[in-house]
Design a binder for this molecule. Structure first.
Ligand code: PLP
Length: 376
């Protein structure tokens, strides 16, 4: 089955009682156990609605197994704590979602876990590896600079050295990029973003081979960040249109990136689909589509960021990303606000950087709103 078909059909079950086409919602938190194959419980990550969504995501990512969490950070923290013990070392790409960066820099020391933040070139990742490294963690395209990491090269380093490799695939979604097929061991999603897609739910997922997923589940059962049946149902409903939404977002984002790249008041555009992107060739090799996320810097001598944001009429300054509506934010004030100004400067996240999450509206309407807000 191809992606659109998987989105609609994988995992979903016809209601056996009524013949209804949608998977019924099973809200029970207590399940009979006598003569059952396994003990079913929400925090064991094995309720019927959790399993339905996991099956769909596994087909979309080419995974053997998966776990659904109540947020992307629940997935990231459970995965990291599953593979890292006190005394271990982790190699972490430094241009990543601010919450992940903050978890590593604020909490790893308390657990006795050492880490090296690294640039995203293959050479920098390899150079950061030590004999006690147990995890290589990358994010591509990265939040918020849309940097591209060579996924296969990172996976190869892990395989050669016997180190688990994990990737945050949130920005690409399973429609634009499938890292397990390139050799990565674990794929993470903040499902709050594209997978949910309507800015109305919070969830996360970890997907991979059965061996790695079993290991993560052992830790996740104790940490307890499971997802409830109603949100699972909403997620299943959203997943049915994931490919349609993402294909549209890819096309809209390309049109907007080209427009911004030509605009005299824009200093720089970060979008992997532009030939001017330094890693465009790698993105072309490892992505089916370039995604709906881009970031840019306006020339503040012409238009200040604040004025630009306040003049937008349809595009909304808001947190989060990946929804059907186009939203925009300044990472320094939102996703990366917990980092110190020095940490942000070191990553290249300026106060004037704006991150755009392109929705499914008509491209002309998004463009004309941005154009009017950018005018003097
Ligand atoms: C790339 C990326 N990964 C992970 C997360 C964390 O996800 P959540 O907010 O669902 O915990 C985010 C949230 O913005 C994100 O953008």
């Amino acid at each position: 089955m191809q992606k659109n078909t998987q989105c609609v059909h994988s995992g979903s079950r016809i209601d056996p009682a009524t013949g209804g086409l949608n998977t019924p919602v099973y809200p029970s938190s207590a399940f009979r156990y006598l003569d059952m194959a396994e003990n079913v419980y929400p925090r064991y990550y094995n309720t019927p609605n959790q399993k339905t969504v996991v099956e769909k995501l596994c087909d979309l990512e080419g995974a053997e197994g998966g776990i659904l969490f109540s947020s992307g950070m629940a997935a990231i923290s459970a995965m990291m704590l599953a593979f890292l013990n006190s005394g271990d070392h982790a190699v972490i790409q430094k241009d990543i979602y601010g919450g992940t960066h903050h978890f590593v820099s604020a909490d790893f020391k308390r657990f006795g876990i050492e880490f090296t933040f690294t640039g995203n070139s293959t050479q920098e990742i390899e150079a950061a590896v030590r004999p006690d490294t147990r995890l290589i963690y990358i994010e591509t395209p990265s939040n918020p600079l849309l940097m591209i990491t060579d996924i296969q090269a990172a996976a190869d380093i892990g395989r050669r050295r016997g180190i688990v490799t994990a990737i945050d695939n949130t920005f690409a979604s399973p429609i634009n990029q499938n890292p397990l097929g390139l050799g990565i061991d674990v794929v993470i999603h903040s499902g709050t973003k594209y997978i949910g897609g309507h800015s109305d739910l919070c969830c996360g997922a970890a997907l991979g081979r059965a061996k790695e997923i079993t290991r993560i589940k052992r830790t996740a059962v104790n940490l307890g960040g499971s997802l409830n049946a109603l949100t699972c149902y909403l997620l299943e409903r959203s997943l049915k249109t994931l490919a349609v939404r993402v294909e549209r977002q890819n096309a809209n984002a390309m049109a907007i990136a080209e427009f911004l790249a030509r605009h005299p008041f824009v200093r720089r555009v970060n979008y992997p689909g532009l030939e001017s992107h330094p890693a465009h060739a790698i993105a072309r090799r490892q992505m089916w589509g370039f995604g709906g996320m881009l970031s840019f810097e306006v020339d503040e001598r012409q238009v200040t960021c604040d004025r630009f944001l306040r003049r937008l009429k349809m595009v909304t300054p808001a947190l989060s990303l990946g929804g059907v509506e186009t939203i925009i934010c300044a990472p320094a004030a939102t996703s990366h606000a917990k980092l110190t100004p020095a940490e942000r400067a070191q990553l290249g996240i300026s106060e004037g950087l704006l991150r755009l999450s392109v929705g499914i509206e008509d491209a002309e309407d998004i463009l004309s709103d941005i154009a009017q807000a950018l005018s003097r």
